[in-house]
Design a protein around this ligand. Structure first.
Ligand SMILES: *Cc1c(COP(=O)(O)O)cnc(C)c1O
Length: 369
């Protein structure tokens, strides 16, 4: 079907969920972030496995992603972390998804539509404490909360904010954001009474900022076994969930002086064994990895030579022992005791593991193992 496959280790996933629970303790609910096709891992298989392991709350970005989860049989709470668009409201109401709101117009529109269909829409109110992305400014939070209370078709169930630093939350800016959020929370409580769910923590805050846990946390990356930064890696024993593999499509022994790939950006300096592997940037193996990355072949690191193509990549397999067509190649993950972390691949491409994972191509099957 496809030589390139993303193997999804569901035991690793539930291990990582257990690590989140260990860090936050009982009484704090995990809202598992499974947006962007569960960070490229396949939202249906990931969400089902998390649900079997007791997850009751899920977070996605769009209503479309929420509908996909419902179709996959997820009957827990699904919070739409991105914005709500008017044309999505009927699906939102029908599938009983929870909206995140940061302005009165959207809340009023949602309330009207909910009333018209005999429903009450649950909403979480988002406070913009420093990200300058979505949400109401802190000083407007309590009056918006009061206005939402007056809407007959909306029910205020949560208050949240989001940190502007995903790698480390021990920055002064995070502390300031948390202070602004606490102040807004007090004012919202004074204006609108107790709020069921209070949440702010991404993976970095789950790992290192207990005072940001409140009664709900929103981990994404760490569920997939990847630490948001090297400094935080020791805080939990996370196991990578995705192993991205492909196969050797062709092997050639060539003399020194042989150009390899588009633009002939690499020329062999010795007699070499060049293996063509069946993955390229259409599979999510970024072109930025050209001449910079390595893959695992026969348990050894084989450097990428020349430019990554759309569907293929050439690697120098001269030092990888006997190499044959069909042999397994690991783009990230382990092989015969060797390991390439997706964060390492991300550094080679000068990006972050989030982007590597969500970039895994649509044609790559996700297979639960
Ligand atoms: C993506 C996202 C998260 C998860 O962040 P991680 O760094 O992957 O843990 C949490 N909250 C919101 C609002 C998000 O958009």
């Amino acid at each position: 079907m496809s030589a390139t496959v993303a193997q999804i280790d569901l035991h690793a996933l539930t291990n990582n969920l257990a690590e989140v629970r260990r860090l936050v303790g009982d009484g704090v609910v995990v809202l598992a972030v499974v947006k962007a096709n569960a960070y490229g891992h396949g939202a249906p298989i990931v969400a089902r496995a998390l649900a079997r392991a007791g997850t009751t709350h899920f977070g996605v970005t769009t209503v479309g992603e929420g509908v996909e989860l419902r179709q996959a049989g997820i009957d827990g709470k699904i919070v739409i972390l991105g914005g709500i668009w008017e044309e999505d409201v009927s699906a939102l109401l029908k599938e009983e998804l929870t909206a995140v709101i940061g302005d009165l117009n959207t809340a009023a529109m949602l309330s009207d539509r909910a009333m018209a269909s005999g429903r009450i829409a649950p909403v979480h109110l988002k406070v913009d404490t420093g990200m300058t992305r979505l949400g109401v400014p802190p000083e407007g939070a309590s009056s918006l909360a009061r206005r939402i209370l007056e809407l007959p078709g909306a029910k205020l169930e949560g208050l949240l904010t989001h940190f502007s630093n995903a790698e480390s939350v021990t920055t002064p800016e995070t502390r300031k954001q948390l202070e602004r959020f606490r102040r807004a929370l007090e004012q919202v409580r004074a204006a609108a009474g107790e709020i069921r769910w209070i949440h702010s923590a991404n993976s970095a805050a789950v790992l290192s900022k207990p005072d940001a846990h409140f009664n709900m946390v929103r981990p994404g990356l760490m569920l997939y076994g990847v630490s948001p930064s090297r400094e935080l890696a020791g805080r939990a024993s996370l196991v990578p969930v995705m192993r991205l593999v492909t196969r050797v499509a062709r092997v050639r022994r060539v003399p020194a002086g042989t150009p390899v790939g588009y633009g002939s950006t690499f020329v062999t300096r010795r007699e070499s064994i060049i293996a063509t592997i069946a993955a390229g940037y259409a599979d999510g193996y970024l072109r930025a990895l050209s001449g910079r990355a390595s893959v695992l072949l026969g348990g050894q690191r084989a450097p990428v030579v020349g430019r990554v193509c759309m569907d293929h990549t050439m690697v120098d397999a001269t030092d990888c022992g006997e190499v044959s067509v069909g042999q397994e190649v690991v783009l990230w993950g382990g092989q015969d005791g060797a390991f390439i972390d997706v964060s390492e691949v991300a550094r080679w491409a000068e990006t972050i593991p989030y982007e590597m994972l969500v970039g895994v191509g649509r044609r790559v099957p996700r297979l639960a193992v």
